[in-house]
Design a protein around this ligand. Structure first.
Ligand code: FDA
Length: 394
């Protein structure tokens, strides 16, 4: 039987990166993946340019039942470490929309450059693709794993099989099954960074706006994000909605401020004073995209021109613009979700090494762990940091 020091399940962002650290110490390392190509999510990420990290990444940008868990790994492998690594591989990058101060770093070229870099860094490890992972057992010192039906042995087993998002790209629940098999707790999983869907009566006014975008402040459960909001045929999307989807729970309402940079009441009163004969729709269109102005005029049955509106009526309209309450019926689910919330309970893992406290030699890294980042390069930074913590420890 073949014997390895370390087998890493999953040749995604975290698995490949972990292999680099593990193999650097002279260990015999094997990475296996059922997909035909490694790191497919890196390839499609960031619209093909991979938003590989965030300038401001820190534990506060992550959701986890234990908000402190990610601190250690994130502090010991930072965004600056990854930026240095890119420099050593001559990969150039830029900050998207620096004027917004979001700190999102993208490759200047294709995200394939990051995959090439990960494969180069992991070259001392063996990579087996198109390999099915079967039964896994543990005799107290070694794990035996069935790979394409053949048993292999390993001292360390690293689970880097990601979450459930986008099954079409190879996502499975394998990591959660392995955790459960070895007695670890798995927290309820749900789709994250995902568009939200609405009941027919809301879609009646939302769907005709498909393609319209507006800078908005979206709030759910006390958390707000100021980013672009996009109306679609199925509901709401865009960065602001993807961000808030991590905080939204079924049954909750979300609140939209469609004009966060201005006071709508003051702006409408000034417009009334300036030219009271202007139609409501025309007046709103000076503050909001034209199609949205038309839709709101109809939704709130606004009649007449500005001069016809009392202060009270304008205030009520402004309150709707700044605090439109909507109740999503659900999300687009794992089919389009960028990440999976929940996962392997961090209580069962060492925050320094990612090793299961109750099963020496068993490690969980990347998205399979109950640590989920905001949109904007945070999830890859968690993949790099958790992989480094584990790879340096084994
Ligand atoms: P990842 O999913 O990368 O890798 C898991 C690997 O395990 C895969 O190769 C899979 O084939 C393999 N696997 C799964 N089940 C298996 C089984 N049963 N047997 C064998 N192998 C198995 N994040 C970010 O920070 N910036 C960004 O720009 C984006 N963009 C983005 C776009 C889209 C469309 C998606 C879906 C996601 C993103 N993300 C992102 C999120 C990011 O891709 C994600 O957080 C990381 O890829 C997680 O890395 P992991 O290595 O943990 O899992």
């Amino acid at each position: 039987m073949e014997i390895f020091d370390t087998i890493i399940l999953g040749a995604g962002a975290a698995g490949l990166f972990c292999a680099h650290f593990a193999a650097a110490t002279g260990q015999r390392v094997l990475i296996v993946d059922h997909a035909r190509r490694p790191a497919e999510k890196v390839r499609i990420s960031g619209g093909g340019r991979c938003n590989f990290t965030n300038l401001y990444a820190e534990a506060g940008n992550y959701l986890s039942q234990n908000p402190h868990f990610a601190k250690s790994a994130l502090a010991r492998y930072t965004q600056w470490d990854f930026i240095d690594l890119l420099a050593r591989h001559d990969i150039t990058w830029h900050e998207k929309t620096p004027e917004k101060g979001l700190g999102q770093l993208f490759c200047d070229g294709k995200s394939a450059a990051i995959i090439d870099m990960l494969l180069t860094e992991a070259r001392l490890a063996e990579l087996r693709l198109a390999t099915e992972v079967g039964e896994i057992s543990h005799d107290g010192t070694h794990f035996t794993v069935l790979l394409n039906g053949t048993p292999v042995q390993t001292h360390n087993l690293v689970v880097a099989t990601g979450g459930k998002s986008i099954p079409k790209m190879g996502a499975t629940g394998l990591g959660y099954q392995i955790a459960t098999h070895f007695g670890l707790n798995v927290l309820e999983t749900r789709p994250g960074l995902v568009p939200l869907t609405f009941a027919p009566h809301e879609l009646d006014w939302i769907a005709p706006l498909a393609g319209t975008a507006v800078e908005a402040r979206v709030t759910a459960n006390g958390t707000s994000f100021d980013e672009a909001l996009l109306f679609t045929h199925r509901g709401l999307s865009g960065p602001a909605i993807l961000q808030i989807s991590n905080y939204w729970r079924e049954g909750d309402a979300i609140s939209l401020d469609l004009l966060p940079s201005q006071n709508a009441f003051e702006a409408l009163k000034a417009a009334r004073q300036d030219n009271g004969r202007r139609q409501m729709q025309t007046a709103l269109a000076t503050l909001l995209p034209g199609k949205l102005a038309t839709a709101l005029t109809e939704k709130f049955a606004l009649k007449g021109n500005l001069a016809d509106q009392s202060d009270k009526a304008l205030k009520e309209l402004a309150d709707q613009i700044h605090g439109l309450k909507l109740k999503p019926t659900g999300s687009e689910g794992y089919r389009t979700a960028e990440v999976t919330l929940g996962g392997v309970d961090t209580n069962g893992l060492s925050s320094r090494t990612m090793e299961a406290k109750a099963v020496p030699g068993l490690y969980f890294i990347g998205e399979v762990v109950d640590v989920t980042g905001w949109l904007g390069g945070y999830n890859f930074q968690w993949a790099w940091a958790s992989a480094a913590a584990c790879g340096r420890a084994i």
